[in-house]
Design a protein around this ligand. Structure first.
Ligand code: FAD
Length: 468
């Protein structure tokens, strides 16, 4: 079997190389460091952690990233094995000794007889003559390779900055205050005329809200992040700095909408939320990309009428981040539709975070190994954390029914990406659960189903491999 080439020995590329080699297929892992580095990496180790040393919650019973940890462990993840070997105390989180972690990953890859690590920048996508190739070059993909990806995929296929508006769980929005309606009841492609959730503000609420945004702590841009990426994705607080009424003439304009809870009063400003995933469990606040610090964001956004008890699936942000318009470009096993000898993995596909990047590396590694050995690449069920994340990447975007704009943005794994589940809403004594307790019961049911379905999937692909 010809070796599989992987470009980038980060979280995704390292995990993919391990999975492929563990299935008996040889790998050449190309990493440009230390010959050329990125603005964030400082070592030549594989799977270097560029910022925090945390893999976030390790709770596999009721936390989505904890479930993903466990699914990865059960799928023989190198990243999780090395993390587990190098933990540092961090409460319920899985945090690692940064240097020791990436040294352990590097050694395991280096010592594997089927893995060759080649140092040097790859500056263009390889042709099909070189066999299968996995591109896992991350959010800071080098410029020549980015250009080559753009040439293969088209102009609007690759973004260089994310512009993330906060995303909220639908079931935490107070629909006794908010309402569904599209401006002027407009029906775009696939729209119903009531696609947006609207939250009305009176003058006093609006002024207090703008003042809170202006006062909130903001994250400073790093020197290398300062670029011309404000066009079209101006942070909402920067818009407010330009004039108290600027947001009211922008994303908060109160036109074309009637509040059914108070039809006699014209709203002074309206915040709109747009559906963010196919399931309709998540909604983003339209036009609210922000550099406000996380703590400040939840306080400020809970001032919006109807969002007083909002639970955030993710908070807003703007970062340097190279990522593909994956739902359009990649198939369900992450092959580039136009050039199927190329696969993508890690943050460049539009997942977010160390764990998620490694998880997508794990899946692509398994898909590649299966194909090299003559089997089909079988995606995990959508009920698993693996499948929920994959579903976000390959189909999670929605077209804005008012304008047909593309709305795909990177995302961490979270329970809003999982299909609904049956769960117990009553305590053992028969009384009704409420609030947090009910939410916990739902999370536990989602986690249990995910782990059961992951085991069944792993079993299914291992039996299929033995049969062929
Ligand atoms: P990477 O881990 O970045 O790996 C990509 C690799 O490809 C790198 O080693 C790079 O040197 C190499 N490469 C790039 N171009 C080429 C080329 N042309 N040829 C050969 N090699 C190449 N996530 C978190 O969970 N927690 C955090 O705290 C966090 N902080 C972040 C801070 C910054 C500044 C950035 C940019 C991202 C951060 N992330 C964080 C997000 C993300 O999860 C990590 O960037 C993660 O490392 C992504 O994994 P990856 O494998 O996709 O890419």
């Amino acid at each position: 079997v010809a070796p599989i080439h992987i470009i980038g020995a980060g979280l995704a590329g390292s995990e993919a190389a391990w999975q492929i080699a563990s299935h008996g297929v040889s790998v050449v892992l190309h990493e440009m460091r230390p010959i050329k580095s990125t603005d964030a990496h400082i070592t030549d180790h594989c799977a270097e952690l560029v910022c925090s040393n945390s893999f976030r919650s390790d709770d596999a019973e009721a936390n989505a990233v904890g479930v993903l940890h466990q699914e990865m462990r059960e799928a023989n993840s190198l990243i999780m094995a090395c993390a587990d070997k190098n933990t540092v105390p961090a409460g319920g989180a899985l945090a690692v000794a940064r240097e020791a972690f990436s040294e352990t990953v590097t050694k395991a890859l280096h010592d594997h007889p089927l893995i060759t690590i080649e140092r040097g920048e790859i500056d263009e996508l390889p042709s099909a003559d070189n066999g299968s190739c996995l591109v896992a070059t991350g959010p800071l993909t080098s410029e020549p390779l980015s250009k080559s990806i753009l040439a293969a995929t088209g102009e609007d296929a690759l973004a260089f900055f994310d512009a993330i508006a906060p995303i909220i769980y639908f079931d935490s929005i107070d629909m006794d205050r908010a309402w569904f309606q599209s401006r002027y009841d407009k029906k775009g492609p696939g729209g119903t005329g009531a696609d947006y959730i609207n939250c009305a503000m009176n003058e006093e609420e609006y002024k207090a809200f703008i003042a809170a945004m202006l006062e909130a702590d903001k994250t400073e841009f790093k020197e290398w992040e300062k670029a011309k990426y404000f066009d079209g994705c101006l942070p909402i607080e920067v818009m407010a700095e330009r004039g108290i009424d600027t947001p009211r003439f922008g994303p908060m304009k109160p036109v074309g909408l009637t509040n059914p809870h108070d039809p006699e009063t014209d709203p002074y400003a309206v915040v709109q939320l747009r559906q963010d995933n196919k399931l309709g469990t998540l909604f983003n606040i339209v036009g609210f990309q922000t550099k406000m610090k996380y703590g400040a964001q939840s306080d400020v956004f809970r001032m919006i009428p109807g969002l007083e008890n909002a639970q955030f699936a993710r908070l807003g942000g703007i970062h340097r981040n190279t990522f593909l318009n994956s739902p359009k470009l990649l198939d369900d096993t992450l092959r580039l539709k136009s050039h199927p000898h190329l696969r993508f993995a890690g943050q460049i596909t539009g997942c977010e975070g160390y764990v998620e990047s490694a998880a997508i590396g794990l899946l692509t590694g398994r898909f590649l190994a299966a194909e090299a050995l003559g089997h089909a690449a079988v995606p995990p069920p959508e009920t698993t954390a693996f499948g929920a994340l994959l579903g976000h990447i390959t189909g999670g975007h929605l077209i804005d029914s008012n304008g047909g704009r593309r709305s795909f943005q990177p995302m961490n794994v979270n329970f809003g990406l999982f299909p609904p589940v049956e769960f117990s809403k009553r305590r053992e004594d028969g009384s009704k659960m409420r609030g947090v307790e009910k939410q916990l019961s739902k999370k536990k049911a989602l986690a249990k189903r995910a782990l059961g379905d992951t085991r069944a999937w792993l079993e299914e692909i291992s039996i299929a491999a033995q049969e062929t």
